[in-house]
Design a protein around this ligand. Structure first.
Ligand SMILES: [Ca+2]
Length: 481
């Protein structure tokens, strides 16, 4: 959330007091000259950067846990390609989703805003996530990452899961994506699960092209589509959101024949290892075309692994599960890769989130965001480029549906449900409550929580900055024609 920090306020005061004495006026003249010179050099920089619009590929897994890939500690899954991506890029170890479930998290990734600001933290009709034939979807008033990049001449595509409304006016094609190929919602929302739900549709643009789709082939087909898109658009800047269906929402995820039954961790492991293969295919293609240095890849997940009757995914070292407002539910693995720009083999524990992807891509693409439009995320480019190792966040908010559960700063986390305070640097597993030793930190975080309640809302309390989801009175199922 954009709350002016004390440092920024005092800087503003210095400028305000400067018009008092002649000495200070001279200072202003000098400052103005410096200011003009800095504008002149800034325009040169802008002009240089204008010819450098890097490609962006965001690879988003579904329900893949913090401990599900080798570079984040998995012993169960073989993920050499993702590990290599981390070894030649940056590992973000304190990267958060804004929710433990799909729809709110994806609303934040698309808009850079907290789910309550978008009105998709939950809906009256569907609950925690949108369902097939939903009345709701991402409002057309929202500005997506694709819309931001499209205005800078980027070719944009979403390949995979959307989950922000299945009615035509809510689809990716109406939200800045030139092309769309994938499922409009989760892989477990199949036709025979509830009355009125259609056979699981695979969509191309706004049409259903197959139903029910063979889920075993999704990772493979999505990967082929990404490679095709990269080949077609290699001469212009492009933005690809590869939003995997896997490992997804079933205890027995899907994989193609080459991977089925091959991992040491059942169907979950098979699907993760196929995603690893997919990642390698994409990196290979970029290298083959000689555009890997011009392409920034963000590799992450939308929320932690959920608890099934037989545990499959892993959020290790965190003990909690997906679908909750906890570390296991919201802290996700994140790797950023951009050869020659992002320092190879770097690791950062800076507190950051999926809301930062939009403002960071906007900055790196040298484009601005509408000035009267609030973005809760931050430009993280200085951290990615290895020039800075401090968090832009004063406070990050954990919401369970609409309920504020916890608030975290770069070091401390206050659990609002029981008043416990944890030092996330020395005690990331939240084992020692230190609230009694640090009442001033508890008070400061309580103050941030109060601001979040005012601005974003909490439970039944409506925030002043809270938004509304899009609404369709007569939703229809997405059917094969
Ligand atoms: Ca999910």
């Amino acid at each position: 959330m954009q709350i002016t920090s004390p440092v920024e306020s005092s800087q503003l005061n210095v400028v305000g007091e400067a018009s008092v004495s002649w000495g200070k006026v001279r200072g202003i003249v000098l400052l103005s000259l410096t200011f003009l010179l800095s504008i002149a050099s800034a325009s040169v920089k802008v002009a240089e950067a204008d010819s450098q619009r890097p490609n962006f590929i965001v690879i988003l897994c579904d329900n893949l846990g913090y401990g599900d890939v080798g570079c984040f500690g998995s012993q169960a899954h073989r993920t050499p390609n993702i590990d290599q991506l981390a070894a030649s890029g940056l590992k973000l170890t304190n990267f958060y989703s804004t929710s433990g479930v799909c729809t709110p998290a994806r609303a934040s990734l698309q808009t850079g805003r907290y789910p309550r600001r978008v009105g998709l933290h939950e809906t009256d009709i569907d609950g925690a996530v949108l369902r097939p034939v939903s009345h709701n979807g991402l409002s057309s008033n929202e500005i997506t990452i694709a819309e931001v990049l499209k205005q800078r001449g980027y070719a944009t595509t979403l390949i995979g899961k959307w989950h922000l409304g299945d009615q035509p006016q809510f689809l990716p094609t109406r939200q800045g994506y030139d092309e769309y190929f994938g499922l409009p919602y989760s892989d477990d929302m199949v036709g025979d699960k509830r009355p009125g739900w259609p056979p699981l549709p695979l969509m191309e643009g706004e049409d259903v092209i197959e139903a029910p789709v063979d889920r075993n082939l999704l990772t493979k087909r999505y990967t082929e589509r990404v490679i095709q898109f990269i080949e077609t658009h290699q001469q212009q800047p492009f933005f690809v959101l590869l939003s995997h269906a896997m490992p997804g929402s079933t205890p027995q995820p899907f994989a193609s024949e080459e991977f089925r039954g091959k991992s040491l961790n059942g169907a979950w492991g098979d699907s993760v290892e196929e995603i690893d293969w997919s990642t390698g295919q994409i990196v290979n293609k970029l290298e083959q075309l000689g555009i890997d240095d011009e392409t920034l890849i963000v590799w992450t997940s939308d929320n932690g692994a959920p608890r099934f009757r037989t545990p499959a995914g892993s959020n290790a070292p965190f003990a909690t599960w997906g679908y909750s407002a906890t570390e296991g539910g919201q802290r996700v693995p994140c790797v950023v890769h951009w050869p020659t720009k992002v320092p190879a083999g770097s690791v950062s524990d800076v507190l950051c989130s999926m809301m930062d992807i939009l403002p960071t891509c906007a900055r790196l693409a040298n484009t601005s965001l509408p000035s009267n439009h609030i973005i809760d995320g931050y430009d993280l480019s200085e951290v990615l480029l290895g020039r800075k190792n401090s968090s832009p966040y004063d406070a990050f908010y954990y919401y369970l549906r609409g309920d504020l559960q916890a608030v975290r700063g770069p070091q401390w986390k206050l659990q609002l449900t029981n008043g416990q305070l944890f030092d996330m640097r020395s005690d990331p597993l939240e084992q020692v409550d230190v609230s009694a030793e640090h009442p001033e930190i508890v008070a400061a975080l309580q103050d941030f929580a109060a601001r979040a309640r005012d601005e974003l809302g909490d439970g039944e309390q409506i925030g002043t900055g809270q938004g509304t989801a899009g609404y369709e009175a007569s939703p229809l199922p997405r059917l094969l024609r």
